[in-house]
Design a protein around this ligand. Structure first.
Ligand code: PLP
Length: 387
């Protein structure tokens, strides 16, 4: 169930108002790179506190701020910074909060490039580990120098849930900052900050934008942490969100509740169909199978991205299955109106998949807005093609 207050936040126009109180039904796009001041001292005052003033659009822009305020409100966070991509947001959190000698613990399967960035930070003296075993206590995986616990729930590719309240409690007791990538659930279906998580990261290129037409990211958290991220990373990395993309995100938010309800319903219907099909070994969807109880407690809803294991381990079958689909477009990313398909199996990485516990016959789908029926027909045809 989506909180009606969230729907109000998503739908509010935040318009421009004229002197007689007539309001535009969308936010103005303040398409400028810089702001000019009435006198030099005002410019100097602005530069001294760029977090709170409009000086240069790499630091702050009114259209971008309108989006940031809405996302902060939806996530129940104090502050939000928007970025030019999800990876811009991910890298700013790491650059802003880590230094040489620190250790990062990743819990659950996380987005590939996020882990890849952590590997590169090894060059700067930052170490990391990945904890995939849900039976292993978090405590035993934390080190004295662990500075961040970074998690996804549901996780990338297998969509396994972790108990985020429990992780947040253990980390807090040990003084470790927690980060959760909430791109899958969106703030409508999961509020990590309410569960005790310190920082929420988003790829807004997915559901928040919602139409596969922009790149954007965001970070939400408490004022102090966010100020460090702003000062030590955001202003220096330059992964800035443009005002026009911010406007598209504001428009995306206005249909987000409706889109998420439809993605949820259709994805569940497709997932249950696959769960019953002989050509499918397992479905990896938080609400179907062993994680359903935890998902029911932790999520207010489920989105349209999930995966399943074909009844095969052969790459040739996976490829043939994907190529037999006609409705699903073949491509990366997710969260748009079109259904998408891919596999983590590229024909050469079998051993890596085995090590990560990802079956070789895994296929990931993003359920768009075509309606469940034609998608089920398409899947039936492709499953027959490889049986
Ligand atoms: C896509 C994605 C990202 C990266 O976002 P971009 O906007 O592509 O840079 C980060 N985390 C998750 C879970 C993602 O799916």
């Amino acid at each position: 169930m989506i909180d009606p207050h969230d729907v109000d936040i998503c739908l509010s126009a935040d318009g421009w108002m004229d002197d007689w109180g007539a309001e535009s039904m969308s936010t103005p796009v303040v398409q400028t790179s810089l702001f000019a001041f009435p006198d030099f001292q005002s410019l100097l005052d602005g530069l001294a506190a760029e977090h709170h003033h409009h000086v240069y659009s790499r630091g702050g822009n009114p259209t971008v701020e309108a989006f940031e305020q809405k996302l902060a409100a939806l996530e129940h966070g104090q502050d939000c910074i928007a970025f030019g991509s999800g990876m811009g947001a991910v890298s700013a959190v790491m650059m802003g909060l880590l230094q040489a000698g620190d250790h990062v613990l990743f819990v659950n399967h996380v987005y590939g490039p996020t882990l890849e960035l952590a590997r590169h930070l090894g060059r700067f003296g930052v170490e990391h580990d990945v904890l995939l075993d849900r039976e292993k206590p978090l405590d035993s995986a934390l080190r004295p120098n662990t500075r961040l616990v970074w998690m996804e729930s549901p996780g990338t590719m297998l969509f396994r849930m972790i108990d985020i309240d429990a992780v947040a409690a253990v980390a807090r007791e040990r003084g470790v900052t927690t980060v959760l990538d909430n791109s899958w659930a969106t703030p409508l279906f999961q509020k990590p900050i309410d569960a005790g998580i310190d920082v929420v990261v988003h790829s807004a290129s997915k559901y928040i934008g919602g139409h596969s037409d922009l790149m954007a990211g965001a970070v939400v958290g408490g004022t102090e942490l966010m100020h460090r991220i702003f000062r030590d990373a955001y202003m220096l990395n330059g992964a800035t969100l443009g005002p026009w993309e911010a406007w598209l995100l504001l428009r995306g938010l206005r249909t987000l509740p409706t889109r998420m309800r439809q993605h949820e319903a259709d994805a569940l219907e497709v997932a249950r169909f696959l769960d019953d099909h002989d050509g499918v070994r397992r479905v990896f969807h938080p609400a179907v199978g062993e994680d359903a109880e935890l998902a029911g407690r932790q999520l207010a809803g489920t989105s349209g991205l999930f995966s399943f294991e074909l009844d095969t381990d052969a790459f040739d079958d996976v490829r043939e299955f994907i190529d037999s689909l006609e409705r699903f477009r073949i491509g990366v990313s997710w969260g748009g109106t079109e259904s998408l398909v891919l596999s983590p199996n590229n024909g050469r990485n079998g051993a890596d998949l085995d090590a990560a516990g990802i079956p070789r016959g895994t296929v990931r789908v993003s359920i768009g807005l075509e309606g469940a029926r034609p998608l089920i027909d398409d899947l039936t045809f492709a499953l027959d093609a490889i049986s």
